[in-house]
Design a protein around this ligand. Structure first.
Ligand code: NDP
Ligand code: 2IT
Length: 448
């Protein structure tokens, strides 16, 4: 769908000129612009207030050196990033990605998506994202600790419980958050909720570990119900085998579905009898191993090299929970041909624009990332609330709030889509609903 609105077309041209070599960022901006076009047509006041040209420019971008010493005593240097994208509705909030593919364009696409996602949660959180091209894989605990301490030694100058609150993302889990929190506390001499995803002994929230994956399934379940379907008896394929994928599997299974495939960046496993999640948890959460080790415990399963092949496995529901652009147009065509009825995104921007067009053209129910995976950051928001009131809620309390938030996010997407003549297009609905709250706040606060 090409843009026709002149205001948006001109801004997109500027974004392309100003951010060369950042295709993921341009992709994220283009998708949002295509969705909000009908809003812009109806709201000259937002154009007058210059909302969109401000929205696409991060408020602040910090890039820094992260030197650390490896186990051989050799100095290593990585690059650290924090993009503080938008604080119109709350302090910057978003994860930290540690992966060799990280560069400024990845952090900007993630930070931009985070603005709308956080808006959809209904909690007061602005958008931000950070990370580094450091690869935690194959590093010792000591190396990871020294990297995290060095990363936080610089980052701590820019964040704070009321300023910017980072969390986990790819490559950043409980271990990394612990090391970063320890260093922040040591340098700043304050014990505050400056990071979320903390351990339960030092201010973390119950259910944060499960939140993103559970949230994806709560959202999927609402989408299924609204269209006369359910998880019961469905075959599900989930890419990835990290934090989001594992807990999406757990919740989908508890809803009566059978998850038959999972993956990592080397390959995928197929278990026609349903993946035994205990085995995956042991490999990934305890041993930090590879998904192919599943066959050591379940020799009847299959392992295939390469990640793309996972989308050739017939399924009713696909939950991409690994990384950006993991489903391209070709994979989407194969999913549709094999009878897939639902795609709901746990990862950020896992579908290329061609894939999304294929879903929409074939009436596949599509749950877009910024709505479907918002349960993680929503529960981070709940962790911040608990830290502020110096209390800890039970698992059931947090999970119930998360469930309710996901139900409301689905409603908001559904209603916004209907209001703007895009019934059933939850991507349009998510972008519109997420945008409107931020746009109103930016207009009200004047040209800042
Ligand atoms: P993890 O690091 O726990 O797991 C990532 C998983 O994805 C691993 O199985 C990893 O395989 C795989 N993966 C990562 N990069 C690639 C790649 N380039 N190609 C193929 N597979 C890849 O991360 P999370 O589970 O936390 O994050 C997964 C996705 O969910 C990301 O898109 C993240 O932004 C998004 N997300 C995460 C949230 C959270 O709360 N954690 C919240 C909302 C979204 P391998 O081990 O081989 O690298
Ligand atoms: O992409 C995301 O929403 C996250 N990685 C979680 C962010 C957070 O602050 O919990």
């Amino acid at each position: 769908m090409a843009l026709t609105n002149e205001y948006l077309k001109n801004i997109l041209e500027t974004v392309k000129k100003r951010n060369p070599g950042e295709p993921e960022f341009i992709q994220a901006v283009t998708e949002v612009f295509e969705s909000i076009e009908p809003v812009i047509e109806k709201r000259p006041d937002l154009v007058e207030a210059g909302v969109v040209e401000r929205l696409v420019e991060p408020e602040r971008q910090i890039i820094f050196r992260v030197p650390w010493v490896d186990d051989n005593g050799k100095v290593q240097v990585n690059r650290g990033f924090r993009v503080q994208f938008n604080s119109a509705i709350g302090p910057y909030k978003g994860g930290i990605r540690l992966h060799p593919s990280v560069y400024i364009g990845i952090i900007k696409f993630l930070g931009f998506e985070q603005i709308f996602k956080n808006s959809l949660t209904s909690l007061p959180m602005g958008g931000g994202k950070g990370g580094s091209d450091f690869d935690p894989k194959g590093k010792s605990d000591g190396e990871v600790m020294r990297f995290c301490q060095s990363f936080m030694t610089e980052l701590c100058k820019h964040i704070g419980a009321d300023t910017d609150v980072p969390a986990g993302d790819i490559g950043t889990g409980a271990r990394e958050i612990g090391y970063m929190f320890g260093q922040y506390k040591r340098i700043r001499n304050e014990f505050t909720g400056v990071l979320t995803g903390k351990g339960l002994t030092y201010g973390g929230s119950l259910a944060r570990t499960q939140a993103t994956g559970y949230g994806v399934c709560y959202f999927t379940n609402e989408m299924l119900k609204a269209n006369g379907m359910s998880f019961e008896g469905k075959t599900v394929v989930i890419s990835g085998s990290g934090n989001v994928a594992i807990y999406a599997n757990e919740k989908a299974t508890s809803y009566g579905a059978k998850v038959v495939a999972m993956s990592d960046s080397n390959g995928y496993i197929y278990d026609k009898d349903g993946i035994k999640l205990d085995v995956v948890k042991e490999i990934k959460e305890v041993k930090r191993g590879r998904i192919k080790e599943y066959l050591d415990a379940v020799p009847t399963a299959e392992y295939h090299e390469g990640c793309k092949g996972i989308w050739t496995i017939p399924c009713d529901i696909a939950l991409p929970c690994a990384t950006q652009n993991e489903i391209d147009g070709e994979s989407a065509e194969i999913l549709v041909k094999n009878g897939c009825k639902v795609v709901c995104e746990g990862a950020n921007m896992p579908s290329t624009p061609e894939a999304i067009n294929t879903y929409l053209a074939n009436k596949v129910l599509f749950g877009p990332a910024k709505a479907a995976n918002a349960g993680g950051v929503a529960t981070s928001g709940l962790e911040m609330s608990q830290n502020s009131e110096r209390l800890a809620w039970t698992f059931e309390e947090v999970d119930a709030k998360l469930h309710n938030i996901m139900i409301n996010i689905f409603k908001a997407c559904d209603e916004a889509a209907k209001e703007y003549g895009e019934e059933g297009n939850y991507m349009a609905g998510a972008n519109i609903a997420g945008f409107l709250k931020v746009a109103e706040a930016m207009k009200a606060q004047g040209c800042v």
